[in-house]
Design a binder for this molecule. Sequence first.
Ligand SMILES: Cc1cc2nc3c(=O)[nH]c(=O)nc-3n(C[C@H](O)[C@H](O)[C@H](O)COP(=O)(O)OP(=O)(O)OC[C@H]3O[C@@H](n4cnc5c(N)ncnc54)[C@H](O)[C@@H]3O)c2cc1C
Length: 281
Amino acid sequence: MKAETERLAEHTWLKIGGPAEVATPESRSEFVDLLAECHERGREYRILGGGSNLLITDAGLDELVIKSTDACTDFEVDGSEVQVGASMMIPQFVKRCVDDDLGGYEYLYSVPGTVGGGIYMNAGRGRSYGLTISDHLTGVEVLVDGEVRTFEKSELQFEHRWSTFHDHDDWVILSATFDMPEQPAEKGNELIKERMSKVGERERGQPNAGSVFKSGSRLPIHKIPPNGLSVDGARFVSGNRVCHDGNATFDDVYRLVKRAAFLHRIMPPFEKPVIEWEIWQ
Ligand SMILES: Cc1cc2nc3c(=O)[nH]c(=O)nc-3n(C[C@H](O)[C@H](O)[C@H](O)COP(=O)(O)OP(=O)(O)OC[C@H]3O[C@@H](n4cnc5c(N)ncnc54)[C@H](O)[C@@H]3O)c2cc1C
């Protein structure tokens, strides 16, 4: 399948990332064939979803980047069981469930990633809410060493912004099955509206990648004068979000995050924050 050299900045919410060969399979079979080809030839690859949790080096990557957003977009409902392709965007998945009188994930409507990226990250609400995409998950279809395998949820592990898939970076999520609670569409649509009015246009105006650290930070580093802890055009706009003016480099953002982590370690309440973003370098 054809791959083009592209700047990964064009595929990420942070708008940072150098050149790489990018292939964009347009169907599940193209996706699976491409992965099989990579497997046979020993070609290394990375799976790109919505690019909403990634900080990528300006130096670019040698691996083939497989943009998965157009590959597995199916959606099937049978009673309360929903099977969804890993490429479907989470807001679309949530809305489709709501329209089928199924609920429970309206709070995820603001997450701009794919279902596959969401499962990989175990996306959810803040730690104190204890709500994640794995709550109603029953199984995941995964490509492992060129073979399609189906895992029951009990065979996988999920923790705060972590899943078994972090230990198996060559596994590729193809689809997932959920058992969703019934809920009238009207109620679901209300909950989506509520969620979106809470989030508003929060951090969507400037390049960012959601929460920087896995735990909400208790240090007000965004209040450090004059405009919050910053490195060139990149700065903390809240205790746990970095935005930049469009010109920041990988090094600017990386240095900023490391500096913030250092401040957390040396200032009360002396936390050791874990970075939530995936860093590709
Ligand atoms: C404005 C904004 C708001 C956000 N709000 C939230 C929030 O409320 N809660 C939250 O949890 N997160 C939030 N995030 C972070 C992000 O949206 C989530 O982590 C999301 O799940 C990432 O999905 P993605 O498809 O964009 O993955 P990417 O960023 O493209 O990739 C992340 C990781 O997932 C892997 N991956 C992607 N697809 C697959 C697949 N099919 N198979 C195997 N691995 C795969 C990638 O290889 C990579 O390692 C937010 C981000 C932004 C920019």
